[in-house]
Design a protein around this ligand. Structure first.
Ligand SMILES: [Fe+2]
Length: 293
């Protein structure tokens, strides 16, 4: 059972009142945010020591080979990828995978993971609005800001600049791309509306909760199938449109963009922020949704 707590960092609002403590379920006191320390390799040698034999010496031999080859190319090589699958997750050592090399599609898909978690936050807030309970406005503000900065101004820009034009040029999945682009625009309009609602709420103007509920509902309704279609149809099809070299270059460009906008280990920091918002809402603990059957 989740612990009951009232997090004082979360600013209670809505209906201009305080949140009833009974509605503040959970609070993140259970699961640690980071994996157990022993699951995180502390050095490159440790990362690779199990790939070819178990000795540290064999790991060093592999590291030497890596210095001789472009690391990204190596990681994407079919043969080595097959080997690395024997040690799943070891290359993605940092919390949120921030420190590891990732392919451009993995990059986009893990960003969809962030989007999914924000959709859960939106869903929790929507449920509280519909049932007349309060919710911390600060969490909605942070969530909408994150959607704007990380999803709309970064993730979707990558799709719009690097993926969609390739499909259009090749005449592949053109109708799907048209709808996806239209949905990006619709998502931005909804975020404008949510942020506008927050501003009007702060200035004590009339709070139209029905409008907020509608915006959150439309956003969630659209983005779940949107990202699922990209993950299962658009992204896999990219392989047939780009050469291995182009794919590699794209990965570097994504990485550079992410570092430029969010700094070193930017993805890991975004994940940490999402986890903090989940804690503020009391929905962080994964075990809370395990059915007791
Ligand atoms: Fe998209």
């Amino acid at each position: 059972m989740p612990m009951h707590t009232t997090d004082r960092r979360a600013r209670p609002i809505i209906h201009g009142m305080h949140i009833h403590p009974g509605f503040q379920r959970g609070g993140g006191a259970g699961l640690p945010e980071s994996p157990a320390p022993h699951s995180v390799p502390s050095s490159p040698q440790e990362v690779f020591s199990g790939v070819e034999g178990d000795s540290p010496e064999s790991g060093r031999r592999l590291m030497k080979r890596i210095h001789l080859l472009n690391r990204r190319s190596l990681l994407k090589g079919v043969g080595l990828l097959a080997s690395l699958s024997l040690v799943p997750g070891r290359l993605h050592a940092a919390e949120g995978g921030g420190a590891a090399e990732v392919s451009p599609l993995e990059d986009l898909m893990r960003e969809h993971g962030v989007l999914s978690r924000v959709l859960l936050i939106y869903e929790e807030i929507l449920g509280r609005v519909r049932s007349g309970r309060g919710f911390p406005a600060e969490v909605l503000q942070k969530s909408a800001d994150l959607i704007r900065r990380f999803i709309e101004d970064y993730h979707e820009k990558l799709e719009e600049e690097y993926l969609f034009p390739r499909f259009e040029k090749a005449g592949r999945l053109v109708e799907l791309v048209r709808v996806l682009k239209e949905q990006h625009h619709a998502g931005r309009r909804l975020t404008d509306s949510i942020l506008g609602w927050l501003q009007s709420a702060e200035s004590k103007e009339k709070q139209d909760e029905l409008k907020l509920a509608r915006d959150l509902s439309l956003f969630i309704r659209m983005y779940r199938p949107h990202k699922a279609r990209e993950d299962t149809v658009l992204f896999p099809a990219l392989h047939s449109l780009v050469s291995a070299k182009d794919f590699e270059r794209m990965g570097d460009q994504f990485e550079d963009r992410e570092k430029g906008l969010f700094g070193e280990n930017g993805f890991g920091q975004i994940v940490t922020k999402v986890a903090a918002m989940e804690r503020d809402l009391g929905i962080f603990e994964l075990s809370r949704v395990t059915p007791k059957i």
